[in-house]
Write a protein that binds this ligand. Structure first.
Ligand code: HAM
Length: 430
């Protein structure tokens, strides 16, 4: 029996795999670190929520008629007869946690970030998986369009500072009342052509008309081409908020395009919505997206607290870097020193093992061979790992309490007291 990872889920390995060569833990961590440093500079604090949440939370927040809730959730009944769902996204869990722990009452403005796994039973393809990771932020408590600009700027800066070419698409979906009026107008416009819509389009017409706009079907697009636009149904407050946001984006020199068809796949959005699209990524070009959800906290049982945020797709970000031939800044995983032993004498190995452990306890990355490799192959292993120094120990060194220390790149070699190796390398490791 050969086991494999579940369909459209993948392993992240320390070495490039044949299936997903762009996916390595070093790249993964580099991008995470980049994100973490950026949001922490902007005052965001980390939140971690469980993988599992009550199913009802997602039904209520994302909406029963959305694709995610109606057909893509990993849901099961646990041994205590509770319906649980593996989180398909991070916003609703963050809202649930903040309500549960009373954070809204304690903090006027709450700025959170997360890095987390999400699960959606999707039709998999390149860039679309059943388990994906998002780098996200959520801000609670502010209506000010300047915070919308902050959130959008963070998402855009994340990509541009990595060298990824992308475009910001924005729209406003207004308040629930704007959307209700628009829904009627859209349905009235589409009604005469209803029989020509795709099956998916017909279904959306009935259960979630706004989602008709989020289609790639050419026939549906043709029918919708002259449809009324949501922006014309915005209240004065919503329009003003959206205009102010555009003013801030212009002041920050962040180019954007207003996209009337941008409605996003969740029912919780209100006001600003946005998506960041990468270049040259094919169908799965949404690198990240988000927006405002001013009614969500109340909908989930909290007080009326406005909110907004975004989620960036980690895998799509790595794919975009790969497509552009950009290596994200990687953490150096090479050891400072590799200990090489000469001869079989037990005292030599014991000296090596002891030195290895004192180097590591002093914070110096060090390694040695455990496969009984010969002298030459131990050097080869040190070279493969990219070690900066070789520490060579043989019978003579053990007898004299010394080691041979050789710098790999310069070839410079010196004999030093074994007791001063840690101190010497501590200076070099800085
Ligand atoms: P979303 O647009 O569903 O939004 O996901 C955000 C990003 O996650 C997408 O733009 C995409 O890059 C990535 N993504 C989504 N699904 C997959 C998948 N199956 N495979 C690979 N990548 C994927 C949300 O989830 C919202 N919670 C974002 C948000 C936060 N809105 C407000 N706050």
């Amino acid at each position: 029996m050969r086991y494999a990872a579940p369909p459209y889920m993948y392993d992240v390995l320390p070495y490039p795999s044949t299936k997903e060569p762009w996916l390595t833990t070093a790249r993964w961590r580099a991008v995470e670190r980049h994100f973490r440093e950026m949001v922490m500079r902007a005052g965001y604090r980390e939140i971690r929520t469980p993988i599992l949440e009550p199913t009802e939370l997602f039904k209520r927040s994302i909406g029963e008629a959305t694709d995610i809730v109606s057909k893509e959730m990993f849901t099961f009944v646990d041994r205590g007869e509770r319906s649980l769902t593996m989180k398909p996204e991070g916003t609703a869990p963050a809202v649930r946690a903040c309500i549960e722990h009373g954070l809204f009452a304690e903090h006027g403005l709450l700025k959170l970030y997360y890095i987390g796994q999400n699960f959606r039973y999707e039709r998999g393809q390149k860039g679309r998986y059943r388990q994906h990771q998002q780098l996200g932020v959520e801000v609670f408590g502010a209506h000010d369009p300047a915070i919308d600009a902050e959130v959008l700027a963070l998402a855009m800066n994340f990509f541009t500072s990595l060298g990824v070419r992308c475009k910001l698409h924005i729209n406003s979906v207004g308040t629930a009342e704007c959307r209700a009026r628009y829904r009627e107008a859209l349905k009235a416009y589409v009604a005469p052509s209803l029989q020509h819509l795709s099956e998916e389009g017909k279904m959306r017409y009935e259960v979630n008309p706004l989602r008709m706009l989020d289609t790639k079907d050419q026939r549906d697009l043709a029918i919708l081409a002259g449809a009324p636009v949501l922006r014309d149904f915005l209240t004065d407050d919503s329009s003003k908020h959206f205009e102010q946001l555009q003013g801030y984006l212009a002041a920050l020199n962040i180019p954007f395009a207003i996209d009337d068809g941008l409605v996003r796949g969740f029912d919780y959005y209100s006001g600003t919505v946005f998506e960041i699209k990468g270049e040259g990524l094919g169908a799965q070009d949404a690198l990240g997206g988000g927006g405002r959800y001013d009614g969500l906290v109340e909908e989930c049982g909290g007080t009326a607290v406005p909110g907004l945020g975004f989620g960036i797709g980690m895998e799509r970000c790595l794919l975009a870097l790969e497509a552009l031939g950009i290596q994200p800044p990687q953490e150096d995983e090479s050891p400072i020193a590799f200990i090489i032993t000469a001869g079989e004498q037990p005292a030599v190995r014991t000296t090596a093992v002891t030195l290895l452990h004192s180097l590591r306890s002093s914070g110096i990355a060090a390694d040695m061979d455990y496969l009984g490799k010969n002298f030459r192959r131990q050097f080869k292993r040190a070279d493969d790992l990219g070690s900066r120094f070789y520490i060579i120990i043989g019978e003579d060194e053990v007898a004299s309490g010394t080691v041979q220390l050789k710098e790999r790149t310069t070839g410079e070699q010196q004999k030093i007291d074994i007791d001063s190796v840690v101190q010497y390398l501590s200076g070099k490791a800085l």
